[in-house]
Ligand binder design. Structure first.
Ligand code: GLU
Length: 251
């Protein structure tokens, strides 16, 4: 028997719901209805700087007004909650640590000043788009460039750190999007994204993948502006060893 279809609308409360969001919610809703599955509402509020008070309430009200109502999620209940990521905050660290254990991520101790200095230096050398990546990470302060003892010392001393994704060098990531077909992206075009912040909050990429996994989402239907995130997510699934996942994307 095939798995029950579970889709989600996962807006960030950064402002009012716009038509693009309504469209995404509608596609998810219709797909769930047609397949006799579940349509979830998950609030992705991990970016503290972009949080707008009242935005979540506005989103919930708008969906109700449009008649596009989830049957599970924030404001609707369900057994996979909480459905607001800030309320799930404590759950993400072990997942980030797991990626470090699996060699898919690493601790980075660089301060905001270190990063700024590096960007400035690169700019002066005629490289305005400096990135933390497979090439530059060896000259930064992280658990791949520092000795094991040094890393342990810093962690034990409670030094602030972020956890970054270890983007492989020159690897083609291939995945099949239901609408766009096969997509190939070379990892040389991707940087070592921060997955877990100094504040103890995950970033979008980590929280989104962990929650899709824990909430047993089967299809990701979202706007095409999220297509560039998909290869990162494929790598994260692999990093967790969740290779057998059934997740399909529609961008
Ligand atoms: N939180 C993202 C947004 O604001 C959702 C992306 C996704 O659906 O994966 O639109």
């Amino acid at each position: 028997m095939s798995k029950r279809v579970r889709v989600r609308f996962a807006p960030s409360p950064t402002g009012p719901l716009h038509m693009g969001g309504v469209r995404t919610a509608l596609y998810n809703y219709l797909f769930a209805k047609k397949q006799g599955g579940d349509f979830l509402l998950r609030i992705e509020d991990t970016d503290e700087n972009r949080f707008v008070p009242g935005a979540m309430e506005y989103i919930l009200e708008s969906l109700k007004w449009c008649g596009i109502e989830p049957n599970e999620g924030q404001g609707y209940g369900g057994d996979k909650g909480p459905y607001i990521q800030s309320e799930r905050k404590e759950m993400y660290r072990p997942f980030a640590e797991q990626l470090v254990q699996n060699g898919a991520a690493y601790y980075a101790f660089d301060t905001a000043d270190d990063l700024e200095t590096m960007r400035e230096k690169a700019k002066q050398m005629g490289m305005p788009n400096w990135q933390y990546n497979a090439v530059t990470r060896s000259s930064m302060k992280n658990s791949l460039s520092l000795s094991k003892e040094e890393v342990e010392k810093r962690l034990a001393a409670g030094e602030p750190y972020t956890i970054r994704m270890k983007m492989p060098r020159n690897q083609d990531i291939k995945f099949e999007d239901i609408i766009r077909g096969w997509i190939t992206v070379n990892t040389n075009n991707l940087d070592d994204k921060v997955l877990f912040k100094e504040s103890g909050m995950p970033t979008y990429h980590l929280a989104n993948i962990v929650d899709d996994h824990l909430m047993e989402i089967t299809h990701v239907i979202r706007g095409e502006e999220w297509l560039p995130s998909a290869p990162l997510h494929v790598l994260l699934y692999e990093g967790f060893g969740w290779r057998d996942h059934n997740l399909r994307t529609c961008h």
